[in-house]
Design a protein around this ligand. Structure first.
Ligand code: 13P
Length: 250
């Protein structure tokens, strides 16, 4: 049985003080999640990672990015050893906003994922098509390419530390959800592609959906057989709606 996963992506939101305030209210939610075999957590900005990690227990604290080099002349970047030093062992890779604004290519994602695997850390690899690609019926072509490039040169055993998040770009922050059927179809396609690349391990990989997920619709997505969880932006910012989403999964 695969576990369920709810991961909030805070994007460029919350000061350190605001992050700490959220963290101070997490304990009962984390406990409820643990009791029900649900993995929960959030991805704050680099600045708040340490505070949220220190202020919570049984709660995933993920970075929104990392560099693939350990150190060097890369202004504005944060490396894997730096994250490890503050006990951060989950990292979101290839979010569509980074692909769109920060030249995050499949190639770069692959370098980062390989480095994370080598460090025993978990990657949440984001894939998804733009509205134009969706309208042209190119979803599987685009997602397939992102998977084959981003996840190349790994071993089947690495997949207990890899989560794939399908986030159609047209549904992010727009309130335009992909239907449950689309989410299921593409999450199942993700699993099939991983099966083709690495074999039976695909049945154990967590594949999650993201894009305008909220307390009212999260259970519907999770009722789909290949959707193991959700990557949530806006609705993860308030502790009340975060809690409501966990309760909807119990
Ligand atoms: P929203 O939930 O705000 O649509 O954002 C989704 C997302 O990009 C999570 O990574």
């Amino acid at each position: 049985m695969r576990k369920k996963l709810l991961l909030g992506n805070w994007k460029m939101n919350k000061t350190v003080a605001e992050s700490k305030e959220f963290a101070s209210k997490v304990a009962p939610i984390a406990e409820l999640a643990k009791k029900n075999n649900i993995l929960v957590g959030v991805a704050p900005t680099f600045l708040s990672l340490d505070a949220v990690k220190q202020g919570t227990k049984d709660f995933i604290v993920a970075s929104q990015n990392c560099h693939f080099e350990d150190s060097g002349a890369f202004t504005g970047e944060v490396s894997i050893p730096m994250l490890k030093a503050i006990d951060i062992d989950w990292v979101i890779i290839g979010h569509s906003e980074r692909r769109q604004y920060d030249n995050e290519t499949d190639e770069k994602c692959n370098k980062k994922i390989k480095k994370l695997v080598a460090n025993g850390m978990t990657s949440v690899y984001c894939v998804g098509e733009t509205l134009k690609e969706f309208e042209k019926g190119l979803t599987k072509e685009v997602v397939g390419r992102q998977l084959r490039e981003g996840l190349k040169e790994l071993n089947a055993a690495d997949f207990d530390k890899i989560v794939v998040a399908y986030e159609p770009v047209w549904s992010i922050g727009t309130g335009k959800n992909a239907s449950e059927e689309i989410a299921q179809d593409i999450c199942s396609f993700v699993r099939e592609t991983i099966k083709d690349m690495y074999g039976e391990v695909s049945s154990k990989v967590l594949v999650i959906y993201g894009g305008s997920v909220k307390p009212e619709n999260i259970a519907g997505y999770l009722s789909q057989k290949d959707v193991d969880g959700a990557l949530v932006g806006g609705a993860s910012l308030k502790i009340e709606s975060f809690e409501a989403m966990v309760k909807a999964l119990v």
